[in-house]
Design a protein around this ligand. Structure first.
Ligand SMILES: C[C@H](O)[C@H](O)[C@H]1CNC2=NC(N)=NC(=O)C2=N1
Length: 92
């Protein structure tokens, strides 16, 4: 069970390109083609299932918006930060 992060901890641990939006962290990944975004979302979904920690993902035209929060805790935890970092690793 991950503990809620403080405002300062979130600010310090938020990966580059990610933003805080209330109780969520979010990043919009950009792609050259629609299906590249679809493929990224599928790969990210695999990482999410592996971690058993699931983002909201919105697939748009050559972009995928990812939003992470820890529902069980009602806010942002290290689980969200960790998964954000893993998503960044698979984004070329
Ligand atoms: C029972 C609980 O829903 C599960 O442990 C997992 C499933 N995936 C999850 N995903 C997210 N984003 N937050 C959670 O708290 C969470 N909990």
């Amino acid at each position: 069970m991950a503990d809620l992060l403080s405002d300062d901890e979130i600010a310090a641990q938020l990966p580059d390109e990610w933003e805080r939006d209330g109780d969520e962290i979010t990043r919009t990944y950009e792609f050259d083609a629609y299906l590249d975004g679809v493929g990224f979302a599928a790969a990210a979904g695999g990482l999410a299932q592996e971690a058993f920690h699931h983002p909201e993902m919105t697939i748009g035209w050559r972009e995928v918006e990812v939003r992470l929060t820890t529902h069980d805790e009602g806010g942002i935890t290290g689980n969200d930060i960790d998964l954000a970092e893993r998503f960044d690793e698979i984004y070329e």
